[in-house]
Write a protein of this length. Structure first.
Length: 251
């Protein structure tokens, strides 16, 4: 698929773009070895994410929930950014403005070097005090104590991620909506585009006049509305687009 891709019309659009927004989902990290959310490998012991990533599960058994997060941190901590993450990071130098909105909590975009990131669903490497709300970064795998406690007040720390039934940070959501409605081009990469409110961001962008470029292995509910809907692995398609962009002189 990647070799046969005709990037010509897309390159023309990209050469004129000054504000690029990029929305990513689990698919961008799949080639780094992190299973996607709706894939089949999401089970831990006998539990499903829907049973563990909830405020109720945490209040009933914080140790169990933390054991699951500790296991996931152990896996994610060994993974490296793939060529897709790296191209996105490099594009901060290619385009005047690149805003990266991600649903992922794995921190691989940061590891690849992206700076202008808006994490809609939080970050697995951040811990939040359940009493004070303070957020700290912690990269220990395994964690030194489970469940971890706030060094300041002794209250439980929780993963700084959005759980099922919780709202997104209004600040980050507002900013993401603003960036979507102000961009010239929005890439939508490796997301099944079913989880709201993230799934509505490409529509914000499209309604405001932006071109939508979807990159996904499979068709999604967004594919019909996208100006460019490209089937394939983001770790292959993004480097290909990047190469074409570099070698095509601006008209
Ligand atoms: P999903 O697991 O729902 O979708 C992953 C998408 O990536 C699918 O559409 C795949 O076809 C595609 N895909 C897989 N490998 C790919 C590759 N190498 N290149 C390109 N595309 C690929 O993940 P998300 O859409 O990110 O939220 O899920 C959204 C949210 O659902 C998650 O952030 C999570 C979950 O509920 C929270 O935890 C709050």
């Amino acid at each position: 698929m990647a070799e046969k891709l005709d990037t010509g019309p897309l390159i023309e659009v990209l050469q004129e773009a000054s504000r690029v927004a990029i929305l990513t989902g689990a698919g961008i990290s799949a080639e780094s070895g992190i299973p996607t959310f709706r894939g089949e490998e999401g089970l831990w012991k006998k539990y499903r994410p829907e049973e563990l990533a909830t405020p109720t599960a945490f209040s009933q058994d914080p140790k169990l929930v933390w054991e699951w997060y500790d296991w996931r941190r152990g896996i994610i901590g060994q993974k490296e950014p793939n060529p897709g993450h790296k191209v996105i990071a490099r594009w901060e130098e290619t385009f005047p403005t690149v805003s990266l909105i991600t649903q992922n909590i794995d921190g691989l975009h940061q590891k690849a070097g992206s700076k202008n990131i808006w994490e809609l669903h939080g970050n697995i490497w951040k811990l939040r005090c359940t009493e004070e709300g303070t957020i700290t970064e912690n990269y220990n795998t395994p964690l030194k104590e489970i469940p971890p406690l706030c060094p300041n007040c002794g209250a439980l720390l929780r993963p700084h991620v959005v759980w099922f039934g919780e709202s997104l940070s209004p600040t980050i959501l507002q900013k993401s909506i603003q960036l979507s409605s102000e961009c010239d081009v929005m890439f939508v990469i490796g997301t099944s585009a079913v989880v709201q409110p993230a799934a509505s961001l490409p529509f914000e962008a499209s309604e405001a006049g932006a071109k939508i470029v979807e990159i996904n292995l499979d068709p999604t509910s967004l594919s019909l509305y996208a100006d460019f809907s490209i089937r394939g692995k983001s770790g292959e398609i993004l480097p290909l687009i990047d190469e074409e962009l570099k070698k095509t002189p601006k008209a």
